[in-house]
Design a protein around this ligand. Structure first.
Ligand code: BES
Ligand code: ZN
Ligand code: ZN
Length: 496
């Protein structure tokens, strides 16, 4: 689908479909000047159809109209934006996705669409709409023999020619945000059969190969043994697939303002190990590398968006399997910083591999570390499937991330690193245990990770809920991998 931007008078557009956004109003169309004008031109035909079809302009509502003689497009599609005073960028993003989804159900191939949300900055409106239509257009086609038909072109229309430059900037930035997000969706949707740790390593190498500003270092099991990475190696020992620690570095063209480390959990399949998961819980566990995929998604586009910070992308990748060589509940292992861990549940494996990755990240002396991990079912119980839990030892860092999430249109909420719960993971025969009992599981997991970052400002993003949707979430996030996290990280990196 080709996206373009132009100034237009709307009436002379010759696309198969002309899309117009409509605020919810009474009488209908009040507050949406273009449609009011067009309705007057058509002697009230549009408002009559709206009345017959009970179209009010509520968000997600649509209305088809066919008016061949007065305007050049064959059909008009009216799309509800919700109430004008409530119409934020998320409404704009969703309404654009609804427009695309609706037209895709017809034989139409070309769309012209007046940019929605006239009270907001034009650059942001086009950014949000580009995300909405591209993310809505995504489908994971790798294993489908029959490919779906495509929309050929989507033209954004502006009534004022002076807005074209800003609109184009919004569109170009959004294309990078989308590219990063869809890159993650493809990786996360790929089943464990075709997504072993080696694949994530190959992706990192490929990104670095195509970009002079990105370098990559890969630590294999031999090196990990020398480094004392007992967390990664112990989880990996039950699998036939070898594990890796990957370290990518992005260096900006001009002097870096800060050094940021992004750390991802890359469990390509989480069976639980000997603490085997029930079958129902295992079904979606190909998604357990979404944190690592997010790091790769950022690096896939980082040179194009060119943040002014040095970025270290670090991920540990393993497969968690039960076998005769698997780690046993009760075993004691040693992390790279020499702390010992009693592994009482082999299904709490993410924190073990992250422990090594965080120690490694801390040694790079970054100004901040952000880790992303599908870490706990408890976080999904606490915040539901759509919201990421943010835990941090530095309130200002948590605030920056929450702000970036809001501006990116991703939902995140802060959870506390409650000191008084630290005793729940106190070890009996080792320094700490890898589980903390029945309650507050997201927090005890966060407290566990905190043991491995020393005093470095650090934030932990538990993306177990939003990384993978078990049902359709909204018009642009369908069942399957969402790519959640990438857009927040990109906004965060661009904030310097
Ligand atoms: N990968 C899972 C967490 C998860 C759950 C991700 C649901 C996505 C959706 C993680 O490794 C895990 O199994 N955690 C256990 C920890 C428990 C044993 C302390 C959990 O949450 O049940
Ligand atoms: Zn697990
Ligand atoms: Zn896991």
């Amino acid at each position: 689908m080709e996206i373009s931007i132009r100034k237009s008078d709307v009436v002379s557009e010759t696309s198969d479909v002309l899309v117009l956004g409509v605020y919810q109003g009474k009488p209908v169309f009040v507050g949406t000047a273009v449609v009011e004008k067009m309705d007057a031109l058509l002697e009230g035909l549009l408002s009559q159809i709206a009345k017959e079809e009970s179209f009010t302009g509520k968000l997600h509502q649509t209305l088809w109209a066919r008016i061949p003689d007065t305007i050049a497009s064959k059909r008009i599609l009216l799309v509800g934006l919700g109430k004008k005073e409530e119409c934020d960028l998320e409404h704009v993003r969703q309404a654009a996705a609804v427009a695309l989804n609706t037209v895709k159900q017809t034989t139409a191939k070309t769309i012209s669409c007046l940019v929605f949300g006239d009270a907001l900055e034009v650059r942001d409106r086009v950014h949000a709409m580009t995300e909405g239509i591209r993310l809505a257009d995504y489908g994971f086609g790798r294993y489908k023999k029959q490919k779906k038909a495509h929309i050929k072109s989507f033209h954004f229309l502006l009534e004022d020619g002076r807005d074209v430059v800003a609109a184009r900037k919004g569109m170009e930035m959004a294309e990078q945000f989308v590219k990063g997000t869809l890159f993650v969706r493809d990786l996360v949707n790929t089943p464990g059969l075709h997504m072993a740790p080696q694949h994530l390593v190959d992706e990192a190498k490929l990104i670095a190969k195509n970009n002079a500003q990105i370098k990559v270092k890969v630590f294999d099991e031999e090196k990990l043994t020398k480094m004392g990475a007992g967390g990664i190696l112990s989880v990996s020992q039950g699998s036939d697939h070898p594990s890796f620690l990957v370290h990518m570095t992005y260096t900006p063209a001009t002097k870096a303002k800060k050094r940021i480390a992004l750390v991802g959990k890359g469990v390509t399949f989480d069976s639980g190990g000997l603490s085997l998961k029930p079958a129902d819980y295992m079904m979606t566990m190909k998604c357990d590398m979404a944190g690592a995929a997010d790091v790769l998604g950022v690096f896939a586009v980082i040179a194009k968006i060119a943040p002014k910070v040095e970025v270290h992308g670090i991920f540990a990748t393993v497969e968690n399997m039960p076998s005769s060589s698997a780690i046993r509940p009760g075993d004691v292992i040693e992390i790279m910083n020499k702390k010992t861990v009693e592994v009482l549940n082999t299904d709490a494996e993410g924190r073990l591999i992250l422990a090594d990755a965080l120690v490694y990240a801390t040694r790079q002396k970054p100004d901040a570390i952000i880790d992303l991990a599908t870490l706990t079912g408890a976080c999904v119980v606490a915040l539901g499937e759509e919201i990421t839990g943010v835990m941090s030892n530095t309130p200002a860092l948590a605030q920056s991330i929450l702000q970036a999430a809001t501006s990116a249109g991703e939902k995140m909420w802060e959870l506390p690193l409650e000191k008084n719960y630290r005793k729940l993971i106190q070890g009996d025969i080792g320094d700490i245990k890898n589980i903390g009992g029945r309650y507050g599981g997201a927090l005890t997991a966060g407290l566990f990770l905190q043991e491995f970052v020393d005093k470095t400002p650090w934030a932990h993003l538990d993306i177990a809920g939003p990384a993978f949707a078990e049902r359709d979430i909204n018009p642009y996030e369908k069942k399957g991998a969402t790519g959640h996290g990438v857009r927040t990280l990109l906004k965060y990196l661009l904030s310097f």
